[in-house]
Design a protein around this ligand. Sequence first.
Ligand code: ZN
Length: 171
Amino acid sequence: MLRHESGEGAGGGATTRRPCGICALIERCRTGNFADFVAELPHSFVILGDAQFYRGYCVVLAKRHADEIHLMPTEEARALFDETIAVGRAIALATWPLKLNYECLGNLEPHVHWHVFPRFEADAMRTAPVWTRPEAERKVSLEDSDRRALIRTLADELRRQIPVARVAAER
Ligand SMILES: [Zn+2]
C-alpha cells in the first residue's frame, strides 16, 4: 500500500486518508516507470507536466510528503525552493519564454509541489493565470521526439546547475 513517507510527522496526516497521488508518482519516478521523469534532485523529483501547451512546463515534487510548506522543516522548504528556481532557470534557457509563473497550490493533491510554467508572447491569454485556459487546450502532449529532446535539454541543464542530480538515462 502507498503511504506518506513522513508518517504522522511533518504534516503527513491520519492513516484513514486516501493514498497520495504524488507519492505514487514519485514511486514511479524512483523505479523508472514514468516517461516524463526529468531529474531527481536532493529534495525533489522533477517531471515534465501534462500541460505542454506551455512548452517546457515542469512540476517539482517535494521528495518527502508534507501537506503544506509551513509544515515542512524550514531548511527543507528553502532547499526545495532553490531547486524550483533551478528548474525555472532550466526552462528559461530551454524555451526562452516571455515570463515564468511559479505556483504552489495543492488543492487537488495536498503534497507540496511547485508548478513552473513558461508563458509565451503568442499566447492570447498570457496575462491570465494558466488555469483559466480550458483544460482541453492546456493538456496537450508534445510529439515524442520533441518531448524526449526537451526532457534531455532540461535534465542536462539541471545537472549542470546541480551536479548530484540524477537524470533519466539516454533513450
Ligand atoms: Zn504525498
